[in-house]
Ligand binder design. Structure first.
Ligand code: BZD
Length: 819
């Protein structure tokens, strides 16, 4: 255990004001009265960076002196969002910084708003990594995150004529305010060429490469401040550069294009984040990205380890490498390569070190998301890695054959190299000492289904760590009024470091005063969100209606289309019976569709067509509104969560590994309408039937219905109201666009896919009924607020601090901050 951290220095407004003006002068040659908002933002970021850099050096020393085990969190995505307010909050300087900014004649709110989101991720997996960095640091774990410094983050979404258009997200202009280049820690990553084995003068087998290309990996470090501690960790983002600017010999022969080719090939690696979530595409650039960041990372870890210990024998005792989904799997053969080729270990010794260092988190059971790299691609791009993979694969297959007594079905299912593909999840399960799912249900499915054979031979490897969210960002910071109420009711700010303390709020579940204050806070947050929407888009939201929200990536299994079907049903009822009574609703959607996912884009279009029709129909006035929020992202979620009342978590049971949006809504007092899927199951365990609106088939019922033979068409012909809904979607709305393609997929399937793969029709009636219960419940505001309070009070276990303590105790075996 290393030395305790020292208490944070309390910076005053005056100190910060001086530091900021100093930065403006030195870096921009400006006095305050000439400074622009972006310059002022950068100056503030630099001041916080200086504070964090000093802490980082101390942290590094402490970690080094204590010889503590370090955690390395490898992820192709970190969806960080904004950092200025976050860092100021964690460093305990948010108030004096705000005052300093205002005293210099700037609006602090405008300055925070000027910061672009660091969108280095797609959705849940990337945001989870960002929340975990915050918790690992707050809990004083020596940890480093590693990823790629993408020049372009997740695209910006614009809706043009109802359809999604993607714009490049060039975040680095201002976003690089947080990045510190460490050129002296550059690594070199080798691609392609031929492998030559030879024996050196000491009789050791060595490997050399002929040809191929080197790419430089330059670290750009982003410091991560923990809350209420001077512990600082780092997110290391690798940028790619060519070692040769231009090949002058080619250039002088007039081959201009060829001369810059290598440079272009290198620099394209860090150009752009792949915008697919829960979908695998075998693109060679993506494989290059994976190897580039994994190789640079492990070289950097090994280099520092060697400098400190002079040997790699104790590597596994001093490091754990957590791989966030299969995207960093190549770290396994890459660490083997270093141990074998550079350190001269035997296969068995090297394998021992690797398999006691690496742990794997699985985030999906969707078959189309599982990575399978074509063998030829691996072979040509990474010839030495390929040789090592083959060896791992052969040994594994032998082990499987023995364990399964020659049952070739089981051997085939679990093989690593098979049928011309390299299967990354199988390599992880083979090599990692721990494998975990991200909710109780999901971890069970891994054991019973996806990895059942391996579970049978190594049951102890398999664990569950239910996801969690950074409750300081997602409650305290983004919902200051609720934060104040919680602090008042729970007797202080304990809950910020001990999220279980939120339980104390429950004492007030029948306190009319507290309940009405809770209701008032929600009403004010709705108003604030409505003002923002009005300013951004001109749309006026009806703040008297329930804010019913579905925000997440657009995917068929998440069933935005089921939500649409229900809205169309309500609309048809209103049209056919103007006296139809139901609780007024504003349906809010936010969702990016992967640019190549045609069906997802059609659903975005459909929501916008529906929205235009409903919002302009007088029948719907004050009763029904549908709004598609453009460009859903972290900073928009921070505004939206506090204003939400009903949270749509309606995936087909068994498909959503966990969900984390569900937790953000719960913490902000929204009630959930949802299926027993992912972490909803554990939310339900906390809440009981009375405080959540459950509906739909359960995971095992989904499986057995499919086995029996699911026939959606029968639901369609059997229910006139459902038929009317689907027929209308097929015909389309006022803009004349038809969505027959979508309804045909539900009724008949398409290109070999089963009809209604995700059982929308099977769950429709039950979903409608749950909505009716929710609408009814809203009419009794006191009872609603009571449920809302119970949701908040019982949400503490979904804090990322709890998840990180689970990882630390059960997988990483590292100590955490004592409170
Ligand atoms: O990971 C998500 C799951 O779908 C959620 O259920 C879960 O809560 C979160 C966090 O565990 N998975 C992803 O977000 N996956 C991806 O974004 C992704 C990206 C690239 C390739 C494959 C998947």
């Amino acid at each position: 255990m290393f030395r305790r951290c020292v208490p944070l220095h309390n910076y005053t407004k005056t100190e910060l004001t001086n530091l900021i003006t100093g930065k403006l002068r030195r870096n921009f040659g400006r006095d305050v009265d000439e400074a622009t908002v972006p310059q002022m933002f950068k100056a503030c970021a630099m001041v916080l960076r200086d504070i964090m850099s000093a802490h980082e050096l101390e942290t590094e020393d402490r970690v080094k002196d204590s010889h503590a085990r370090q955690v390395h969190y490898l992820s192709l995505e970190f969806l960080m969002g904004r950092s200025l307010m976050k860092n100021a909050y964690n460093l305990g300087v948010l108030e004096p910084l705000t005052q300093a900014i205002e005293s210099l004649g700037f609006s602090a709110a405008d300055l925070f708003e000027a910061e672009p989101d660091a969108g280095l991720g797609n959705g849940g997996l990337g945001r989870l990594a960002a929340c975990y960095l915050d918790s690992m640091t707050t809990l004083e774990i020596p940890a480093t995150g590693y990823s790629i410094c993408y020049e372009l983050g997740i695209f910006k979404q614009k809706i043009v004529d109802g359809q999604q258009v993607e714009l490049a997200d060039n975040w680095l202009g201002l976003g690089d305010a947080w990045l510190i280049p460490k050129v002296d820690e550059t690594e070199t990553v080798h691609f392609g060429g031929k492998v030559k084995g030879y024996w050196d003068e000491n009789g050791r087998h060595r490997v050399a490469y002929e040809g191929g290309t080197d790419v430089l990996a330059i670290p750009k470090d982003m410091e991560i401040a923990g809350y209420g501690t001077d512990h600082v960790n780092v997110l290391r983002l690798w940028d790619a550069k060519s070692p040769v600017p231009v090949d002058m010999s080619l250039y002088s022969r007039g081959e201009y294009l060829k001369a810059v080719e290598q440079q272009a090939m290198a620099e394209v690696i860090a150009k752009v984040l792949y915008p697919d979530d829960n979908h695998y595409e075998g693109k060679s650039l993506r494989l290059k990205q994976q190897y580039f960041f994994v190789s640079a990372t492990i070289q950097s870890i090994v280099r520092k380890h060697r400098a400190q210990y002079g040997t790699l024998h104790n590597f596994h005792q001093k490091h754990v490498i957590q791989i966030n989904d299969t995207h960093p799997t190549l770290v396994i053969p890459e660490l083997m390569r270093i141990l074998l080729d550079e350190e001269g270990y035997t296969w068995d010794d090297a394998w021992y070190i690797v398999t006691h260092t690496v742990a794997y988190t699985n985030h999906t059971v969707m078959i189309e998301a599982l990575e399978r790299w074509p063998q030829e691609l691996v072979q040509t791009l990474l010839p030495r890695i390929w040789e090592i993979i083959i060896e791992i694969s052969n040994r594994w297959q032998q082990r499987l054959t023995e364990a399964f007594h020659g049952d070739m079905g089981r051997v085939e299912r679990n093989a690593i190299v098979w049928g011309g593909d390299v299967r990354m999840a199988n390599m992880c399960v083979c090599a990692c000492y721990a494998v975990n799912g991200v909710s109780a249900l999901h971890s069970d499915i891994l054991k019973k289904d996806l990895f059942r054979d391996i579970y049978a031979i190594t049951p102890d490897k398999f664990q569950n760590v239910t996801n969690g969210i950074d409750h300081r960002r997602w409650l305290s910071q983004c919902n200051p009024k609720l934060d104040a109420l919680i602090k008042e009711c729970t007797g202080g700010d304990d809950y910020l470091l001990q999220p279980e303390a939120m339980k104390k709020l429950e004492k007030y579940k029948d306190d009319a005063g507290v309940l009405s204050r809770l209701g008032k806070i929600k009403a004010e947050n709705k108003q604030a969100f409505a003002s923002y929407v009005a300013k951004e888009s001109g749309i006026i939201l009806n703040t008297d209606a329930i804010f019913d929200v579905q925000v997440k990536r657009l995917h068929e299994y998440k069933r935005q289309l089921l939500n649409v079907m229900h809205i169309v049903y309500l609309y048809q009822r209103l049209k056919s019976d103007p006296n139809f009574t139901f609780t007024p609703r504003v349906f809010l959607f936010g969702a990016k569709a992967a640019p190549g996912y045609y069906v997802a884009k059609e659903i975005v279009h459909l929501i916008n067509s529906l929205s235009a029709t409903i919002n302009s129909d007088p029948v719907c006035k004050d009763r029904l509104q549908v709004v598609f929020l453009e460009n859903y992202r972290v900073s928009l979620a921070e505004r939206l969560m506090p204003a939400s009342e009903l949270s749509e978590q309606i995936s087909t049971a068994g498909k959503e590994a966990s969900g984390t949006g569900n937790m953000k809504f719960m913490m902000n007092g929204a009630l959930t309408i949802g299926t027993l899927d992912g972490a909803n199951v554990e939310m339900h365990e906390q809440l009981g039937d009375e405080n959540i609106f459950l509906f739909g088939l359960k995971a095992d019922e989904v499986v057995s219905l499919k086995q029996r033979g699911y026939k959606p068409y029968e639901y369609y012909v059997g229910s006139p109201s459902m038929k009317a809904v689907l027929d209308q979607i097929s015909r389309g709305f006022n803009d004349g666009v038809s969505y027959t393609n979508l309804t045909n997929r539900l009724l008949f399937g398409q290109n070999g896919s089963a009809p209604d793969e995700y059982l929308l029709l099977a769950d429709f009636e039950s979903y409608k009924a749950a909505h009716q219960r929710a609408g009814q419940a809203y009419l009794d505001q006191k009872a609603w607020n009571r449920m809302s309070l119970i949701n908040i009070a019982r949400s503490g276990i979904f804090a990322a601090d709890r998840s990180i303590r689970d990882y630390a105790d059960n997988i990483w075996h590292v100590p955490t901050r004592e409170l």
